[in-house]
Design a binder for this molecule. Structure first.
Ligand code: F6R
Length: 604
């Protein structure tokens, strides 16, 4: 949903900003641009396309000046055109800004500004803000921004500069993420940490409607009421290399390969002999019911969590699309725990669902990957998945981190409710410890998946089936395939096939069936496979090693090692992620930047 980066210091801003922007390209990549101040004037360079192509064409990084702002766009208001690309400018006071979010009252503001004589060059909501700041400018950029934001409705993070004040960069946010990077003799703003990590590890997380004034040597923070605040600095401990490709052709492949390590890091310090330690869960009190709110892939991990929590901890669980949850007037009784699951911690729908739940008195526990993100900050408590920065737009390793946390939480609550004894926890911990090795095995021996992906790349449709705890994996496999390779795919509970979708089956239709051996619906799924086979469908089974029965039924089998019933899904998902990745590359697409998508969906 757009990436912002800003710099003020003594070095040339252009190369620094573009380097930062490349790290944010996962947030939007339909256009990009930069504005700098030099010799009392604003220089703007912007165009449509990906950063690399624009850089080659017009040299974004060649913009001159030691102060600047840059942006990569995921279009909301106005098509993908050069004029709609950011930065936008208001000519009178030479004000330029970049924006991430949506200004909901932009048409009213636009009419008002037009009546004051402002002419609009673009169809964006952002240009309205540039003119609004300009109309309020009376010698102080900070005050103009402060006066402008009180008139704005909606979500925004903004970085603003003016040729009249070449030593000042002003930034603010409401509901869209923005961090400040505090350097030595230079300062930064950015939508996300990787953009500044090469230059500083000291960050300040801006709160809603705070305004920050950056100079080369200072960071001044002002609250919603205009009063001065003391910025609270946090130190980022991530390894910078984790936000780079490290020799892999794409982030998606790198992140798939990082998954064994994600398991290890997410469980580290949280499990011991016969016990699970989850600090954030200690204060939960009596949990009578759990509602999981999440979107997309995180919603799929929630579905797996539902199985785990109901089966082991015997707590009733509902899994809700965060985007639907608050429009249903949900019932929250005492003892209801809401689990908000999000990789980015910024998904607007999940944030809104979580706020609704809190308003109704629920306790909210967040499972989040991005440190210091809005969901992490607003929840009553948070358990971090330790997946590190996930840059590929299609979520892979964050999903694994989420399911692992759900498994830990299940054991924690199961033990707390007296449903698991020490030995049972010990056994489940043993299964968990085995997982990274088994995952590595799949990754080391995935040639058959590559071959299969080439065939898949020629197909127009695919069906993914699974039952029980493997049904969410069918959904996730289908989502991954469609989002990165643009092959239409649907995930179904295998038994539902006969109630309609089976009409689609013919010899052209690949049907991927997740059918691991320990699944209690195993035999039933074999019958479902027979039904598909009888109609000529081409069966690709994701099955447990040693399963010879499946070989007789399926046209192709991808074997995965066998773990426990609850953890097998994490093994089955790996070949499906790889299948999507290789299908995308075989079709000539960039899996890191699928069309129409963005990593962090900060609009509702
Ligand atoms: C799919 C994908 C999305 C996200 C969804 C939620 O590969 O990445 O479906 O899972 O947008 O995002 P988070 O987890 O950041 O809330």
């Amino acid at each position: 949903m757009c990436g912002i980066v800003g710099y003020i210091g003594t070095r040339q801003a252009g190369p620094l900003l573009i380097e930062g922007l490349r790290k944010l390209e996962y947030r939007g990549y339909d256009s990009a641009g930069i504005a700098t101040v030099h010799d009392g004037a604003i220089e703007i360079r912007k165009d449509i396309g990906k950063i690399e192509a624009i850089e080659k064409k017009i040299g974004l990084s060649l913009a001159v000046g030691t102060i600047g702002i840059a942006h990569c766009r995921w279009a909301t208001h106005g098509g993908v055109t050069q004029k709609n690309a950011h930065p936008h400018v208001s000519p009178k006071h030479q004000i330029s800004l970049v924006h991430n979010g949506i200004i909901e009252n932009f048409s009213e503001l636009k009419k008002k500004l037009q009546s004051q004589g402002y002419a609009f060059q673009s169809e964006t909501d952002t240009e309205v803000v540039a003119h609004l700041v300009d109309s309020l400018y009376a010698g102080s950029l900070k005050e103009a921004v402060q006066n402008a934001v009180v008139q704005l409705e909606g979500a925004y993070s903004l970085a603003v500069i003016s040729a009249k004040e070449p030593g000042t960069l002003v930034a603010t946010r409401n509901e869209s993420p923005l961090i400040i990077g505090v350097g030595k003799g230079e300062n930064f703003v950015a939508s996300d940490v990787p953009a500044i990590l090469a230059h500083t590890r000291k960050v300040v997380y801006l709160k809603n409607q705070e305004v920050v004034v950056l100079t080369a040597t200072g960071v001044e923070l002002f609250g919603k009421d205009g009063g001065k605040l003391k910025p609270e600095t946090h130190t980022i401990t991530w390894d910078e290399k984790k936000a780079e490709k490290g020799g892999y052709p794409h982030f998606m492949l790198k992140e798939i390969f990082e998954q064994p390590q994600v398991v290890t890091e997410t469980i580290e310090g949280r499990i011991g002999e016969g016990r699970v330690t989850l600090e954030a869960a200690e204060q939960l009190g009596d949990v009578k019911r759990i509602i999981i709110v999440a979107c997309g892939t995180s919603w799929h991990s929630g579905l797996i969590g539902e199985f785990m929590l109901e089966e082991v901890a015997k707590i009733p669980v509902e899994v809700e699309y965060a985007s639907e949850f608050r429009y249903r007037d949900p019932i929250i009784e005492p003892g209801t725990l809401v689990l908000a699951i999000s990789q980015s911690g910024e998904t607007a729908d999940t944030l809104a669902a979580m706020r609704e739940a809190k308003k109704k008195g629920a306790r909210v526990l967040a499972i989040v990957n991005a440190l210091g993100s809005s969901i992490a900050r607003e929840a009553d408590s948070v358990i971090y998945t330790k997946a590190g920065p996930e840059i590929g737009v299609a979520s892979t390793k964050a999903f694994v981190g989420q399911v692992i946390v759900l498994y830990l939480l299940t054991m924690f609550l199961g033990r707390k409710n007296g449903l698991l004894d020490e030995q049972q926890v010990r056994n489940r911990v043993r299964d968990l410890r085995l997982l990274p090795l088994q995952m590595q095995q799949i990754l080391d021996e995935h040639d058959s998946v590559k071959t299969l992906a080439k065939k898949f790349a020629k197909k127009r449709n695919a069906l993914y089936l699974g039952r029980g705890i493997n049904y969410p994996i069918a959904l996730e496999g289908a989502l991954k395939l469609k989002e990165v390779s643009y092959v239409h795919a649907e995930g179904y509970p295998a038994a539902e096939m006969k109630h309609g979708p089976i009409a689609l089956v013919d010899k052209e239709m690949p049907v991927v069936v997740v059918v691991t051996k320990d699944d209690r619906t195993y035999k039933k799924v074999l019958s479902n496979i027979q039904e598909v086979k009888a109609r000529g469908g081409h069966i690709i089974a994701i099955a447990s090693k040693g399963d010879t029965e499946i070989k007789r039924l399926a046209n192709e089998v991808i074997y995965v090692p066998r773990n426990s019933y609850l953890l097998n899904p994490l093994l089955a998902v790996l070949p499906l992620q790889l299948l999507s990745y290789y299908a995308a590359t075989a079709r000539g697409f960039d899996p890191d930047k699928p069309k129409n998508l963005a990593k962090s969906v900060t609009v509702e």
